[in-house]
Write a protein that binds this ligand. Structure first.
Ligand code: AMP
Length: 475
């Protein structure tokens, strides 16, 4: 079996970018409209007609391209809500991605009655997950290792499955999941549709396709980030002034949220220590953090109460943060594809973004490779152009309050919002003063405007959520 030549999809090559042109039912179309999905993204326009026709698909697409909706709409269209069995399985490399995928599928499933989506990832007790499965699940999203655990214990069966999705397949292969994917796939019925999404095409993808897919159609969408939206600037640094230059860039450009990439974990640690000493709100994300710490870091960065997230490439996988004003390449990556992936984190959804890269003399070879890969010259800027702007230190607009209580206590975002907007015990806040509310298994993170953080914390500690007193702390 051979994989067909990639069809390079572009807006012009796509007959229509309206969802209405697809075989979707009216309630789904309505829901898409309500979600503000007025047109298909290029990856959706290229993949949906093929996927909805039931064909196997290999799509080259990155986070932010709208790939999740492409496979979610496909699997939902085939789903029979009255059949209480797992009909679709999505394998993801990380828990964060699995959570995002689950959220997106639920959003798109709103149009139908009662479609149950269950997330199965490591780091959480099997027992609760087993109970969720026993209550009936139509769609399962999870990481390969944990899915295998459930299959081995027969908590999960895949006999009724008709769609298998491998999301961010290249990342799963990088993380050594080939054998796990193979084991899970062998337990799926042969009669099924397999959809594979991947940002890059390492060798293993071909192997997966050969073993587990049927005449897949391969599609590729040209990079969605138009050059003009991401402004790239390069600065020459030395070993001695590299970390200080990051602080200078932050003080000069004053981005609200910055993702700073380092090549090593040690560099991450050094930079975070340095930035914190300089009064910045910075947190590190690297491989060996415990899941709980990782959740806390990500929650604070995503809700805009931490200015800088310093990460390695591995740790930042699967991260989907909208509204990222700047990316800083603290070290230049030797892999030009990784560079493009890094800078593509900013400038999402038509917003402009800033990509700042620091290079020392011995990284100039890497910069050269990036230039060749991007087919354009780098724009170099001088460090003495960087002057502090604004009043005082750069502070994030929000502060996170951590409520000790989460899904286990059946807390929902609406309960927290209610506790902050009611008029009992002090000021009632408006929706605008409150940011993202994220409920996790054991705790809840709520962002509030910086100037009212202390008072909001006091109000929550004094009041009740779901009729119970809760403990709340400022992070
Ligand atoms: P993804 O690449 O799947 O992570 O999606 C990136 C973001 O784009 C998600 O927040 C989606 O909710 C959003 N999105 C997906 N499809 C569309 C669309 N057709 N129009 C607008 N937003 C979309």
């Amino acid at each position: 079996m051979s994989i067909t030549e990639p069809k390079v999809a572009s807006a012009a090559a796509t007959p229509s970018s309206s969802f209405a042109a697809l075989a979707l039912n009216p309630s789904t179309l309505d829901n898409l409209k309500q979600l503000g999905y007025s047109e298909m993204t290029p990856i959706q326009a290229a993949s949906l007609p093929i996927a909805l026709a039931g064909k196997d698909l290999i799509a080259q697409a990155q986070t932010g391209s709208g790939k999740t909706a492409a496979f979610a709409l496909t699997l939902l269209t085939k789903l029979n809500p009255r059949r209480f069995a797992v009909q679709a399985l999505v394998l993801c490399p990380t828990r964060e991605l699995a959570d995002q995928v689950t959220t997106e599928i639920r959003r798109l499933a709103r149009a139908e009655e009662n479609i149950k989506v269950v997330t199965l990832c490591g780091g959480i007790a099997l027992r609760g997950q087993r109970a969720s499965l026993e209550h009936g699940a139509h769609v399962v999203v999870g990481t390969p290792g944990r899915i295998m655990d459930h299959l081995e214990r027969a908590y999960l069966t895949l006999e009724a499955l008709n769609t298998l999705v491998l999301d961010e397949a290249d990342r799963m292969l990088d993380m050594g999941f080939f054998d796990d994917i193979a084991t899970v796939t062998k337990q799926c019925p042969k009669e099924r549709q397999t959809l594979l999404f991947s940002a890059t095409y390492p060798e293993g993808i071909e192997k997966l396709a050969r073993q587990f897919m049927r005449e897949p159609v391969q599609i590729k969408v040209e990079a969605q980030h138009t050059e003009s939206l991401i402004e790239q600037r390069f600065y020459e640094v030395t070993r001695h002034n590299r970390l200080a230059t990051v602080a200078q860039l932050l003080n000069h450009f004053r981005p609200i949220s910055t993702l700073a990439f380092c090549n090593t974990k040690q560099q991450c640690k050094d930079l975070v220590t340095y930035l914190q000493e300089q009064g910045f709100s910075a947190l590190a994300l690297y491989g060996e953090l415990e899941q709980r710490e990782r959740d806390q870091v990500l929650a604070q960065f995503a809700n805009r109460s931490c200015s800088v997230l310093v990460a390695t490439d591995v740790a930042s996988r699967g991260l989907d943060i909208n509204q990222l004003e700047a990316v800083i390449n603290v070290d230049i990556t030797p892999d030009p594809e990784v560079h493009v992936h890094r800078i593509g984190r900013t400038g999402r959804a038509g917003e402009s973004g800033l990509a700042l890269s620091l290079a020392s003399m011995n990284e100039m070879g890497f910069v050269g490779k990036i230039e060749q890969y991007q087919k354009r010259e780098s724009s170099w800027h001088k460090l003495d152009e960087l002057t502090p702007t604004g009043n005082g230190p750069l502070l994030p607009p929000m502060v996170t309050l951590q409520i000790l209580g989460g899904r286990k206590e059946k807390i929902r975002p609406g309960d927290v919002l209610g506790a902050l907007t009611n008029t009992e015990g002090g000021a009632a806040y408006t929706r605008e003063q409150i940011g993202k509310i994220q409920v996790t298994e054991f705790c809840t993170f709520v962002a509030v405007q910086r100037d009212l953080a202390q008072a909001a914390c006091t109000k929550l500690n004094a009041g009740k959520i779901k009729g119970k007193s809760v403990r709340v702390r400022l992070m």
